[in-house]
Ligand binder design. Structure first.
Ligand code: SF4
Ligand code: SF4
Length: 430
């Protein structure tokens, strides 16, 4: 019997059929694994299931839908499109399913979006985002500022560390002060770094999530070329979205030859090496870290694989062993290490955390087409915080921060702050 060579980089739904065929319709992708559920009130992991309450809007539903579309049993109607994009692409279903299987739900969801794009059914606001990537080198279709213009003065072109600023910190007016604080912290720590400013290409996440795979590949190649030409020995991403893209998506098409880190990891290193000295901050009480999806479960390092499925004692096994992304390869400990050094009390934890964190609506380009769903998702995260007595939510993903900020007006006792701001408050002057 001829064995079919399988792989883990996919161009169409047919190539990933082997993975989808393993779905046993158990519905567990709606929840964190039951062994990890801490309270009945926050026991759903899937934001779209919480919102729309249909199995179609879950990872398992998308797997079934993908087979139906792939085999020509259904077509992409407006309703089907709204289900495919009425999902924040947060990855919770993917890692929940992998607690007991090895099904690639996230990859299936990306290919469903590609199918919508290839059939010319992209939403008008998503088309604007794609046009902006091509015309402006960023995906922001709201008002922009130029936060990154002044950064050239700090850049040392020979520095080993390349700071990847990304479009949100570069152009989103509400993040200008946060960017200033990051740069100020790095300067105080004596950290030499380079920044590409206008030469930094957009890494392409929005194109990937909207389904324009060719545009994404194009941005991926530009990103790798820019990193290579910088001569840097490491890249430090300020945004969680870029961190995820550089670690888990771009390497599918082009390897990045230097380590990719997130700014929280650099802060942790600078604190451990005493370049940044922290004092405790008594005013920070009832604090919890919000694990951003892009930084955590969507931030694992991609590994290429090609192989076959063989039978051993009647059971199918992959040869060679197939790398499975369980969502544990991202950044979870560094921000917690830092917060534990500067709080006067124990760090609180959300019930849904680490690789089973609950999304704040920031992922998947959902906000451009379904802002009410994004608002409701962030609201649910804040409700979880309120129920657990959390009064300060710290995060370091600008998109999660903005999403939570917007929904926080109904929660007067909860504030959302960045880790950068917390460190800036706690830094000991030299
Ligand atoms: S996708 Fe996974 S968790 Fe969801 S129904 Fe299928 S096997 Fe179960
Ligand atoms: S990616 Fe997130 S929102 Fe989408 S179906 Fe999976 S868990 Fe639900």
């Amino acid at each position: 019997m001829t064995e079919i060579l399988l792989k883990n980089v996919f161009e169409n739904l047919d190539e990933i059929k082997y993975s989808r065929q393993r779905c046993i319709r158990c519905n567990m992708c709606k929840f964190p694994p039951l062994a990890r559920v801490e309270h009945k009130d926050h026991s759903i992991g899937c934001p779209s299931y919480e919102e729309f309450l249909f199995t179609a809007n879950t990872g398992g539903g998308m797997v079934i839908m993908a087979d139906s579309l792939n085999e020509g049993r259904s077509k992409i109607s407006d309703e089907v499109k709204d289900i495919i994009f009425g999902c924040t692409l947060c990855g919770a279903c993917d890692v929940s399913c992998k607690y007991g299987t090895d099904i690639e739900i996230f990859e299936t969801q990306l290919l469903l979006r590609k199918k919508v794009f290839d059939e010319g059914k992209t939403y008008p606001n998503h088309k604007k985002i794609l046009e902006s990537i091509i015309d402006n080198n960023h995906p922001i279709i709201t008002k922009v500022s130029k936060n990154n213009q002044a950064l050239n003065v700090f850049s040392n072109n020979k520095a080993d560390t390349l700071i990847w600023v990304g479009p949100n910190f570069s152009y989103e007016p509400r993040l200008a002060k946060w960017l200033d604080q990051i740069i100020s912290l790095l300067k105080k720590a004596g950290k030499q770094f380079q920044i590409l400013t206008n030469k930094e290409p957009y890494a392409g996440r929005a194109a990937l999530e909207i389904g324009d795979q060719e545009l994404f590949k194009n941005q991926a190649y530009k990103t790798v070329r820019a990193i290579d030409s910088s001569g840097a020995k490491e890249v430090v991403c300020l945004s969680a979205e870029d961190f995820s893209t550089l670690r888990s998506q771009i390497p599918k098409y082009k390897s990045i030859n230097v380590p990719v880190k997130h700014i929280t990891e650099l802060y942790d290193e600078l604190i451990k090496s005493k370049k940044i000295k922290l004092k405790r901050v008594p005013s920070l009480l009832n604090v919890a870290w919000h694990d951003p999806c892009y930084l955590g479960r969507l931030g694992g390092q991609f590994k290429h694989w090609q192989g076959v499925i063989k039978k051993s004692n009647g059971l199918p096994i992959y040869e060679p062993a197939r790398p499975i992304n369980y969502g544990t390869g991202g950044v979870f400990e560094p921000p917690r290490n830092i917060l534990n050094k500067l709080l006067v009390e124990e760090l609180k934890e959300f019930s849904r955390r680490n690789e089973y964190t609950f999304n704040a609506g920031e992922t998947g380009q959902t906000v451009a087409i379904m802002p009410e769903f994004v608002y409701a998702t962030a609201h649910r995260r804040l409700q979880e915080a309120e129920d657990l007595g959390i009064q300060t939510i710290v995060t370091e993903c600008p998109l999660a921060y903005l999403s939570l900020q917007k929904a926080a007006k109904d929660f007067v006792d909860i504030k959302i702050i960045s880790l950068t701001q917390v460190i800036s408050q706690a830094i000991e002057d030299k």
